[in-house]
Design a binder for this molecule. Structure first.
Ligand code: ZN
Length: 181
């Protein structure tokens, strides 16, 4: 990619010189320059995605519906992985009546205790303001048709709880987030 980049630079310099020499050719030179530029853009993009291999990123999609259910009650990842999780609200009900989020709790934080506390945090989409030591990661609160993607580092190996913190949902909208060595 570096070689190509140099080539493009040289090409640009030549094109500039050429432009200065014969101004009437300006249009055709500009066209060539644009092509060269586009090519270098594509190449660097390809190089980027192959360089940073995505094997340490795990992508997970979880759905919440109008029946107040997640479609998964267990999620498994490996320690050290980057977790990219997308919550999709596949229903059509509004956030105010059937809101869903996905909240991953720190080890030892109980779903029911957290869920009861979250009820009082309506103004913050049911994420208690003083709960940063109880939450590893959470999505936005969603209404029907919406989705949200978050990314975080998998915590150390162990079993963690996740839930939807909308009032009353945690009794059924919950599951285990298992981090393996
Ligand atoms: Zn919910």
């Amino acid at each position: 990619m570096k070689v190509l980049h140099k080539f493009v630079l040289i090409f640009a310099a030549v094109a500039l010189v050429a432009c200065g020499d014969k101004k009437k050719d300006e249009n055709s030179q500009e066209e060539e320059f644009t092509i060269g530029d586009t090519q270098s853009g594509n190449t660097s993009k390809t190089a980027e995605s192959s360089d940073s291999s995505d094997e340490n990123v795990v992508e997970i999609t979880i759905e919440g519906n109008d029946q107040m259910r997640f479609n998964k009650d267990e999620i498994k990842v490996k320690a050290g992985q980057t977790v990219r999780i997308t919550l999709k609200h596949v229903g059509s009900m509004a956030k105010e009546v059937m809101g869903h989020n996905w909240v991953l709790l720190t080890q030892g934080t109980e779903v029911s205790a957290f869920g009861q506390k979250a009820v009082r945090a309506k103004e913050n989409d049911y994420i208690p303001e003083d709960s940063s030591d109880e939450i590893i990661a959470h999505t936005k609160m969603l209404g029907g048709g919406e989705s949200d993607t978050i990314e975080f580092e998998a915590p150390e190996a162990g079993t963690y709880n996740f839930l939807c913190s909308f009032p009353g949902h945690y009794s059924v909208m919950k599951g285990k987030f298992i981090v393996e060595e």
